[in-house]
Design a protein around this ligand. Structure first.
Ligand SMILES: [Zn+2]
Length: 259
């Protein structure tokens, strides 16, 4: 994987237009499909409302967001209504986030957020555009990256270094089980995954997770049985290979070494 951009053939009028052309070209030339490992992915025709890239082999779809600063907690995205509709229909694309170095004309960080992590909790509604704006009243969305667990941010390039492909593919496979879940069940699993990651060490016991009881109770005020719900999620995560059972009450987070 080469990280530098190719000089574009056509002159562009603005730096952001050039960057868009460079980053799209780079993805087309160098990025493999993190779902099936196919060596290249293809662009959709320009201005496709669906997504930017797709894999011709496994049909996964990808949306590309690129910017020169490192992505922080919020990523501006398209229409809020469209996002919610696609969420409900489970046909939202996976999200590629590319952060480039404009001086070196090279990729600094490139990660993918698998679509299985898209639940309504991570889509935020923005304020409608002002009456004076060209698209007055239009409502955009933010993706709240800080609400995505670490296991849902899979780096393909980190700090100017490509990550090993087999490790990227393994990380992708590890959370695919979320796709079988309905929105609400998925929301619970993702919250418990975040709690488990927040413990900060690979092995933990039940009490470590119960420490988040208050937080989970606030997130799901209708649920009065937070502890049994936590145990149920842990068991599910164990059955799907996200966690390993060590001994009574003790679990281990898989893939910890790769973090
Ligand atoms: Zn594929």
């Amino acid at each position: 994987m080469k990280l530098g951009f190719e000089e574009s053939q056509r002159p562009y009028t603005s730096p952001s237009q050039s960057a868009r052309a460079w980053t799209e070209r780079w993805v087309r030339d160098w990025v493999y499909c993190p779902n099936c490992g196919c060596p290249t992915i293809s662009p959709f025709p320009n201005n496709s409302p669906v997504a930017d890239f797709f894999c011709a082999v496994c049909k996964e779809e990808y949306e590309l967001k690129s910017q020169k600063s490192v992505f922080d907690n919020k990523v501006m995205d398209g229409s809020y209504r469209t996002k919610c509709e696609r969420l409900a229909a489970s046909n939202n694309p996976n999200l590629f986030l590319l952060n480039y170095d404009l001086k070196q004309l090279t990729v600094a960080n490139f990660l993918v957020v698998p679509k299985n992590f898209f639940v309504k909790e991570i889509i935020q509604e923005r304020k409608p555009l002002a009456p004076t704006a060209r698209r007055a009243g239009w409502i955009g969305s933010n993706i709240l990256l800080n609400e995505v667990p670490e296991s849902g941010k899979i780096f393909i390039v980190r700090g100017g270094q490509p990550e090993p492909k087999d490790s990227v593919l393994a990380k992708w496979q590890r959370t695919l089980f979320l796709r079988e879940q309905e929105q609400e069940a998925r929301g619970w699993l993702i919250e418990v995954m975040k709690c488990v990651e927040a413990i900060g060490r690979p092995e933990f016991n039940l009490d470590d997770v119960y420490a988040f009881e208050g937080r989970l109770g606030r997130l799901y005020p209708g649920n009065r049985n937070v502890r049994p719900k936590i145990r149920q999620q842990l068991q599910f995560l164990r059955d799907r290979g996200f966690l390993d059972f060590v001994s009574r009450g003790y679990h281990r987070l898989r893939g910890w070494k790769e973090r």
